[in-house]
Design a protein. Sequence first.
Length: 182
Amino acid sequence: MVFDELSFKSLIRPVVDFPKPGVIFRDITPLFQSPKALRLVVDSFVHRYIDADFSHIGAMDARGFLIGSIIAHELNKPLILFRKQGKLPADVLSEGYATEYGEAFLEVHADSLCEGDSVVLFDDLIATGGTLIAAANLVRRMGASVHEAAAIIDLPELAGSQRLRDMGVPAFSLTAFSLSEK
């Protein structure tokens, strides 16, 4: 299957006024309901990272778990889970961040990474970058580095990718949407 961005984008459902008025939520559920589209997403990421020099995959709670776990399996890399506050059972590191809807905390097991490890961080979408920035800060607090932050979708107008680049974290997405694009 050849990557056709227009066809690919048509499988990302716009949900108007969710979770609040004025927001267009980008629902990736239809991508996961299409075996061909999911294979395209996985193959695109695997192709990008197959020869890259990094040691771990980090996946953001919750939709980042979907793609991150598949890529970790395909590349035979350990999977690190970055969870919402209060969801992990052992000693954790915590990092607060602002979201487009408020404030939240991201946590990771304190023994997940060590000096010399390098991580590709996965989420479904880069909006303001808050979750991925918090994860990058947690990775660095453990002495590891971030190889790249990756997502299916970028919303460049919200500047999350730029914020990541400004802190020295390369950002990559398969596609992008403008805030008004339906």
